[in-house]
Design a binder for this molecule. Structure first.
Ligand code: SAM
Length: 253
């Protein structure tokens, strides 16, 4: 049931999406004005009509809807990369994950979704302005109960005694290695997302000193090629998201 104060995703006939908070108020679109209060008490999937007679469907937003519409600070981790981080590291309900930097909070939201209500994501963000953006976005996604956000540098140390996994999206993941060996549980993953090749190379040089603590590293890049399907022709779309980042996976021994 749609409650007063909850968020719904309105979808119009063109597929245009609007993330709105349901309250007794008007919402203006180019297809007419909606009275959002009409949705209170109705099930998700209900239709609402604008004053011009245009129909909108009210869906329950998922985390991708929230991430698509939320305010952004720094560049976010793309779902294709978040997906493989969670899958390859085996991040599961109930896990405790230490993350840095939170940035806009997109990867934090994916991780919080994966660990579930019994799990925890402890996320370090050094910049106060990004910390505030991430905090708001995590609240918007409804994960404040399972995310602990810290406005500090993870390079200065990890305050937690133990973690199932450590997931990093920051410039120098090698600076976290000395802290990670003490905190990461055997079998857990140290994951480093870095946009540039030279960052991976620098990380590997630093890793030489810590090799005894980890299994053989694995580095991947994820390419997703969306297809265009027409009645007479199916082919890859002309443009694609070519590069986002390299993801390094290290498993703790
Ligand atoms: N993964 C985030 C997302 O999906 O929204 C984006 C992360 S952004 C590219 C990198 C973030 O790392 C920035 O917000 C930056 O301030 C933060 N950062 C850099 N060094 C840090 C450190 N030593 N400790 C904590 N955060 C740090």
């Amino acid at each position: 049931m749609i409650e007063e104060g909850s968020r719904v995703l309105l979808v119009d006939k063109r597929g245009k999406r609007y993330l709105v908070k349901v309250e007794d108020r008007e919402f203006h679109t180019d297809l007419g004005i909606l009275r959002l209060g009409e949705l209170i008490g109705k099930p998700y999937g209900s239709r609402i009509e604008s004053h011009k007679g245009e129909t909108f469907v009210a869906l329950k937003p998922d985390i991708n809807d929230i991430i698509a519409k939320m305010k952004r600070g720094p560049q976010i981790v793309h779902p294709k990369d978040a997906g493989i981080i969670i899958a390859y590291a085996g991040i599961s309900p109930g896990d405790t994950v230490i993350e840095a930097g939170a940035g806009s909070g997109a990867l934090t939201i994916f991780l919080a979704n994966a660990v579930g209500p019994e799990g925890r994501v402890i996320s370090y963000e050094v910049r106060k302005d990004f910390y505030e953006i991430a905090k708001r976005n995590i609240e918007l996604a409804g994960f404040s109960d399972r995310v602990v956000l810290k406005n500090r540098s993870i390079y200065d140390g990890i305050e937690e005694e133990t973690a199932d996994h450590i997931v990093l999206d920051l410039p120098q993941p090698e600076n976290v290695l000395p802290h990670a060996v003490d905190v990461l549980k055997p079998g857990g993953y140290f994951v480093a997302y870095t946009p540039c090749m030279n960052q991976v190379h620098r990380f590997f040089r630093a890793l030489e000193e810590y090799r005894e603590h980890f299994m053989r590293p694995r580095v991947v890049e994820v390419l997703v090629r969306e297809q265009e399907v027409k009645r007479d022709c199916m082919r890859p779309k002309t443009t694609m998201l070519a590069h986002t980042g390299y993801i390094t996976f290290l498993r703790k021994l």
